[in-house]
Design a protein around this ligand. Sequence first.
Ligand code: ATP
Ligand code: MG
Length: 439
Amino acid sequence: MTETINLANKIEKQLPAELVNFMQVAGEVAQSRGQSLYLVGGVVRDLLLGRANFDLDLVVEGNAIELAQQLIEIKQGKITTHPRFGTAKLQWNKWSVDLATARSETYVKPGALPRVKPSSLNSDLFRRDFTINTMAIHLNPGQYGELIDPHEGIADLEHKLIRVLHEKSFTDDATRIWRGLRYEQRLNFQLETNTLQLLKRDVTMLDTISSDRIRYEMECVLQEERPEKVFRRAGELNVLQSLDPALKGNGWLAEKFKLARQLTSPNLPPFGLYLSLLAYRLTEEESEHLISRLRLSKSVTQTLRDTMAIKTQLQALADPVLNPSGIYRLLHGYLPSAITANSLAGDSNVACQHIQLFLNKYRYVKPVLNGNDLIEMGIAPGPRIKEILQLLHEARLDGKVTTKQDEEELVEGVGKGRGKSPSKGRIKRGAAPFNPLTK
Ligand code: ATP
Ligand code: MG
């Protein structure tokens, strides 16, 4: 008989007192309802590894929603319930806890969402992805802190192995392939030999996964501390290529991801920036394929398209004598993440410097005079106003005007320059004294 491991001390040490107290109370309430309550999943794994994780997932053998309703009476907060799934979320200022009714799942078709029905803790653990995620801790008084480990998760933690529970795991749900790579790389573990074979066998099952679910997996990968490690491994195992055959997860990507993080630190780079770097070396067609495979949001799609568009301008941007208004013309109107992606990924130093100048300086430059000022100065309302404002803007950028007075003189000068115009101050269509591109 194996001895019982009790993790009450670890819970006490590693989790915030408020959450520990909540779990004890929750265990007592469940007991009084004749139910068993458990802490499950990632937090149990991380407690054993000594890694910080305060995302509590509780599973109850019985009705989770009723239990949650009773608990929120005791510790006042917000409750959200999902009767269809038998789950509830409790939220307080600082913390949130998920409660679920223990359930079993059957997969009718690979990749489709499973059929679920209420069940025992053991069935609930059996539907999970990897042994290290299938441990639970009893929370009822009397058994509080006892570890339940039906699939030898603790041994796999010790041996640093990622192991599926059965050989249909990746066929049932191929998102587990990405999940497996994430855990492997995050924890510096290894896919256990048979799991690795199954993964290789089932890589094509990734095609059964909907765009929304694959995109979610990408979001999770890109939340990791070092997503480049996951992509490198995914590249080795042909997992990355299932997104698009031309994608590469090599050292180039690692270098660019690191630069992106340095730039946005202490925040993580936004999803669109990371993804633009991942897609950077794709052709436009391949990038469109990725956009539709991941069914990207409008704004992320735009970031990728802008990235590709700017890429085609890099040669022009690499011209060392390009003046500020010229740089502005080439870059304005594109999303900042796409511009940043090019500054990180482009291979011309000059272009990169020009992009930096745009991002840090030129994009904020504005003339002092506005349309109303021009009208007051005698310029007739109409498209000419826009042209003159653009002229002023470019003169500002290029340092040809630096004060309001300079701007006024320029407006007057331009007016006089076209002085034969019938109405005073009018400027002829097509006038463009400062054209940086034809310098
Ligand atoms: P993380 O630290 O990445 O949040 P986690 O283990 O908490 O890791 P979640 O994605 O939050 O992972 O999911 C919680 C638990 O639900 C997992 O530990 C796992 O047991 C189970 N799980 C999640 N997704 C799947 C899946 N696709 N197939 C099987 N089990 C899953
Ligand atoms: Mg989690």
